[in-house]
Design a protein around this ligand. Sequence first.
Ligand SMILES: [Zn+2]
Length: 379
Amino acid sequence: MNNSDYIVCNSCIMDTTSPDIKFNADGICNYCIKYKKTIGDNIDYNIKNIELKKIINKIKYNAIKKNNKYDCMIGVSGGLDSSYLVYYVVKILKIKPLLFHVDAGWNSSISANNIEKLVDGLNLDLVTKVINWNEMRDLHLAYFKSGVPSLDTIQDHAYFGALYKYAEENNIKYIFTGANYATEFIRAPLDWAYHASDTRQIKDIHKKFGTIKINSFPLYDIFRSKFYLKIIKGLKVYYPLNFIQYDKKQSIDILKNNFNWQEYPNKHHESKFTAFFENYWSFRRFGHDRRKLIFSGMILSGQMSRKEAIKKLKIDPINEIELKKEVNYICDKLNISNSELSTYFKLDKKSFRDYKSNYVLIKFFTKILNILNIEKRIF
Ligand SMILES: [Zn+2]
């Protein structure tokens, strides 16, 4: 891209590094326009609150009727969104969740401590699913060797694959998730991060580059979760943070004051792999700065000024000393040398389109969901 082709949105900080971006005559991008169209400027949180209470009453009634020990299940990472969600549903909405955590091998000590503090502080039950590390490692290395940008696919898939599998096996009817529009409205473009739920792509990449058989990794296909689990089995997934005025700074203070919860330097960096991937791999190999998505989302929801975001973006996501430590940690953990990692770094850049996938089918069904107004976030 020539410098003259570079354009940044006049309202958020999304720019032409996103292949999906389009601008109107005023220089406003499609993400901002979509936000205005779907979320709007003035959400009436009184109405939202009534809607949320109705849902909660239904869930409580269902648990009493069926004599269930828990009202719902919440996947927790130790990060801000899921931690605050747990606090909110227990303390404010007065319901009892079962917490579910996936240990994919990359937890930072802060994330493990944060989960423990929530469990103890709120007297909750926690199920932890530990992913077989040999399989996890083999899948990770297959993705490195494939040359595609979305190295975080394996970890993301482990998180929700395990969650959905558990929900199916235990007949769970309600899942609450901390995903929200306030900080995550703008999803990564497909060319930055292909659908982690497309098992066809995972299987193809592993078939080409994997070295061991995958037996226990929780592969759970998007069609199984979106159709079988939701339509046939009746699972409902709710996003309670979209019903309240979710403010990141305030939520951090509440968690700190109540549980001595610890903050991360960046969103989603409760995982050491995500930190490495976003700060280094994605940023330096592909020029994808993930902070643009998060900061733009926060600008849209009024939680950050555009000026502040631009200022923050001028600084590299990580300094050289910390980066060296992160890279060494990843190599040690994956049991590869630094030069092996460098080899992967220099590989030809590939796209998800270079491997088998269900892209066309997913696109078709996403369109239907969009028409039915079920999925508002940008794919
Ligand atoms: Zn914009």
